[in-house]
Design a protein around this ligand. Structure first.
Ligand SMILES: Cc1cc2nc3c(=O)[nH]c(=O)nc-3n(C[C@H](O)[C@H](O)[C@H](O)COP(=O)(O)OP(=O)(O)OC[C@H]3O[C@@H](n4cnc5c(N)ncnc54)[C@H](O)[C@@H]3O)c2cc1C
Length: 414
């Protein structure tokens, strides 16, 4: 009997477990998936909690519900991987493997910013943890005037559109609660604009301006001064706030670094097209745990799973992996007032205007606000639980399709 071990039963690991079990005979292959948490978090839902749209019950499900028959779920914490002897070492035991899949995600590390860790989740709000999102809900409920600053501490971070999405939703939230004129909203970002990709950034900038959201670009945070309620950049600039909402530094999990697989931020060094780990044989990586230069998003983990599973099966059969992952990412950005914006891009092609997923038809519109996009975003939770996490196919191409996209620059209609 041979064994595949998967570390992490979040979005990526769960999809891979489902796909692999469907393709490898149970009498020859044991599949073990290890996670330290029994609950599966639908992380895109964290963003809806501060605005009272979702609660904890809406975004948590027992992980075991999504583990297929014939896959063993082990509740344990991985400490390191010995890639020489092919052994995963956990707090309560160890597991030898023939092939390993790393899907450990990313974590927030507020202690990377001076003055932040001590007051994280009290004076410094966030929606990158469930507890943070719940506290932020209370804070927003009673906030009626002053300046809300959303600061992105450092790149890369999960879901690069989430900060802007938070501000768009805050604009809607304060408008509908009648206090928007008394509330200033500001994005303070290390980026040159509101998003990581220049064309989309320009288009989204127009929408942000229309919503009255101020932007302070090129701000690399050095410290939080809780006493005088300011954040300070490495080049000595300060921004004051009444409420600070932070996207803290995001790092890979320590067990990856301990195993010699990672870059200095703890992200696994990964071939960006084959998803093979660069520092060890018989190891593949997907999702937020990789250092590949695309968005850290559930949609990406889903697209990557197809390349990863195919390449792992190819290696088992004695063939070279294929460079088929193109960096494809598809992200809905809820923009408030019953609308959302959709972005679709890959390593080479920036988000462009057009229709998705069916060229010329839609129903979703790219790079512009629409009601259909909003329903797409709201439906995503069902799609995530009922299709993606059960390893079912979606009517989406794993590789980005240029059909139906407007290619001459960004067109933005709001
Ligand atoms: C606020 C927010 C909004 C988002 N919005 C969107 C969105 O709209 N659309 C979208 O596509 N994506 C969105 N995302 C991103 C998406 O949730 C992640 O990209 C996705 O979950 C990544 O999947 P993953 O499998 O790589 O990691 P995860 O889903 O985080 O899973 C990692 C798993 O590994 C386990 N683990 C880690 N270390 C260990 C260890 N040492 N031992 C045992 N187990 C371990 C963890 O417990 C966890 O279960 C959002 C994320 C956030 C935070």
């Amino acid at each position: 009997m041979r064994r595949i071990v998967i570390i992490g039963s979040g979005a990526g690991g769960t999809i891979v477990a489902n796909q692999l079990r469907g393709q490898l005979p149970e009498e020859e292959w044991e599949i073990v998936i290890i996670d330290r948490d029994e609950q599966h978090h639908y992380q895109p839902g964290y963003l809806f909690i501060p605005f009272g749209i979702y609660s904890r019950e809406d975004i948590l499900q027992p992980k075991k519900m999504f583990i297929p028959r014939g896959v063993e779920f082990v509740l344990d914490e991985v400490v390191r991987v010995d890639t020489e002897s092919r052994r995963v070492e956990c707090l309560r035991g160890s597991w030898e493997y023939d092939w390993l899949v790393v899907a450990t995600g990313a974590r927030v590390k507020p202690d990377e910013v001076e003055g932040m860790a001590e007051i994280f989740q009290t004076d410094v709000q966030n929606f990158y943890t469930l507890e943070g999102a719940e506290r932020l809900r209370k804070a927003l409920k009673y906030f009626t005037c002053g300046k809300v600053v959303l600061n992105i501490a450092e790149l890369p971070f999960k879901c690069p559109i989430a900060p802007l999405e938070f501000l768009f939703m805050a604009d809607w939230f304060f408008t509908t609660s009648g206090v928007r004129k008394q509330v200033e909203l500001e994005l303070v970002t290390p980026l040159g604009g509101v998003f990581t990709k220049p064309i989309a950034s320009k288009a989204l900038d127009v929408i942000a301006e229309k919503k009255g959201i101020n932007v302070t670009p090129n701000f690399s945070i050095a410290r939080v001064n809780a006493k005088d309620k300011t954040i300070e950049s490495h080049d000595g600039r300060t921004v004051g706030y009444d409420m600070l909402v932070s996207v803290p530094p995001n790092f890979g999990e320590s067990c990856i670094g301990e195993s010699g697989l990672a870059d200095p931020m703890g992200y696994a060094l990964t071939n960006k097209n084959t998803l093979k780990a660069e520092k060890a044989d018989r190891v593949f990586v997907l999702g937020d745990a990789t250092n590949v230069p695309t968005s850290k998003a559930g949609s990406v983990a889903h697209y990557q799973a197809y390349t990863l599973v195919e390449n792992l099966l190819r290696e088992i059969d004695g063939h070279e992996p294929l460079p088929t992952f193109d960096g494809h990412a598809t992200c809905f950005l809820e923009s408030g007032f019953g609308k959302a914006i959709l972005l679709d891009f890959n390593y080479e092609v920036e988000p462009l205007a057009g229709k998705f997923p069916f060229p010329g038809v839609g129903p979703f519109s790219l790079l512009r606000e629409s009601l259909a996009n909003h329903w797409g975003k709201m439906m995503f939770r069902w799609v995530y639980w009922e299709l993606m996490m059960r390893g079912k196919d979606l009517p989406l191409e794993n590789q980005m399709n240029l059909a139906g996209k407007v290619r001459q620059g960004a067109v933005c209609k709001v």
